[in-house]
Design a protein around this ligand. Structure first.
Ligand code: NAD
Length: 352
């Protein structure tokens, strides 16, 4: 698409759209928010006032059929994301879906097929790979490690989901789709597709409080992902360790420490041989920690230039393989038998 202003339609005017996506869409160059849709029309009307349009809809199909849109951005349930993708791809309208783009592996596969038949592209809202902090971590790890990093640890903690989401049948699936998918995306960024997974979890009733995944990769690399739904606040921390005793660590999506042994020092002197240096974001930075602006900007560039979105729906396929495998490990497969490569401990009250 040439340099003309692109018309964007919005689907789902809840918290994520109003707090995070729409403010960043408004900042994008060469893009205008043309219309908004929510089954709760008053939500669409309220947000419409903030972006200078009065075109609102209750029905997403009506919006996509009536408006001449270049891009639809959707933030709702995975079921709504699937419906939006269908309607848009049939009409060759590009679509950006918040995560999770689909509720399970089979549905994702159908969306990938539809995308292949369409002229349009599908982007997925996995914003942390676009975060300036995660990008700096990648750069520092490339500069620091002489060999490839060997071990990756991703700690993704929130107080969500407190309950089973999106009319799914399992809290575990909700947790893996709501936050686990972000951690799997980070793991993909550094190590690509895993060859094997084992999982353990602590559960109270049907709520999964902690889920720990161990992912194995080629060339002897390992990744541990720790997901918590009972943390007091959001935390994303990432550690990378290399064979030559070097470690790069992003703490709480903010500061980065590089640690190791300095070949410039004489290693016989123990007090001097270890070194550490740090990176901190500017206190007056433009809020690039979340990656929302960068992910949307990158999608708009992909639409304009015909480049692939980052990530593509096909890139996300192996995240769903892992999710389905973890559910099978912890909850049993279709034949209800639980493979012996994981365990669930029941969480109980611990008197002081
Ligand atoms: P929400 O419930 O606040 O908003 C969803 C909105 O969709 C509601 O306003 C609802 O009325 C509307 N809706 C439901 N069915 C619809 C339909 N058929 N057509 C049009 N609108 C419809 O939820 P939220 O917290 O805003 O989350 C939305 C999405 O954003 C979820 O997929 C969630 O995973 C994602 N999210 C992503 C991040 C992130 O860091 N990337 C953070 C939070 C939420």
């Amino acid at each position: 698409i040439e340099d003309r202003t692109l018309a964007v339609g919005i689907v789902g005017c809840g918290e994520q759209m109003s707090d995070n996506l729409l403010p960043n869409i408004t900042r994008l160059d060469g893009v205008r928010t043309a219309c908004l849709c929510d089954i709760e029309l008053d939500r669409a009307e309220r947000l419409a006032k903030t972006c200078g349009t009065d075109r609102t809809y209750e029905d997403l199909r009506a919006m996509v059929e009536k408006e001449d849109l270049d891009i639809v951005v959707a933030a709702s349930s995975p079921q709504v994301h699937e419906a939006v993708a269908r309607v848009c791809l049939e009409r060759d309208v590009n679509v950006f879906l918040e995560k999770p783009p689909a509720r399970d592996r089979r549905t994702l596969e159908r969306l990938i097929d539809l995308e292949h038949e369409s002229e349009a592209i599908v982007g997925t809202g996995l914003n942390f790979r676009h975060s300036e902090r995660v990008r700096t971590l990648r750069e520092l790890s490339r500069n620091t490690f002489e060999s490839e990093p060997q071990y990756l640890r991703v700690d993704f903690s929130t107080d969500k989901p407190a309950e089973t989401l999106w009319e799914l049948d399992s809290h575990l699936r909700s947790l893996l789709l709501a936050t686990g998918i972000h951690a799997l995306d980070i793991a993909d960024l550094f190590f690509g597709r895993p060859t094997d997974v084992v999982a353990t979890a602590a559960r109270r009733g049907n709520i999964y409080q902690i889920v720990i995944l161990h992912l194995a990769y080629g060339k002897g690399r390992l990744c541990t992902i720790e997901l918590s739904s009972i943390a007091p606040r959001f935390d994303l921390s990432i550690d990378l360790t290399s064979e030559n005793n070097r470690c790069v660590r992003l703490s709480q999506l903010r500061t980065i420490d590089v640690q190791g042994t300095n070949p410039a020092f004489d290693c016989s002197n123990l007090s001097e041989k270890r070194w550490q240096s740090g990176w901190e974001p500017s206190p007056i930075g433009d809020g690039g920690a979340s990656g929302y602006y960068a992910e949307l900007s990158s999608f708009v560039t992909a639409v304009r230039t015909g480049a692939e979105p980052d990530p593509t729906l096909s890139d996300v396929r192996h995240y769903y393989d892992t999710i389905e495998r973890v559910i099978e490990i912890l909850e049993g497969g279709p034949d209800e038998t639980v493979p012996e490569c994981g365990s669930v401990v029941e969480s109980v009250d611990h008197p002081r």
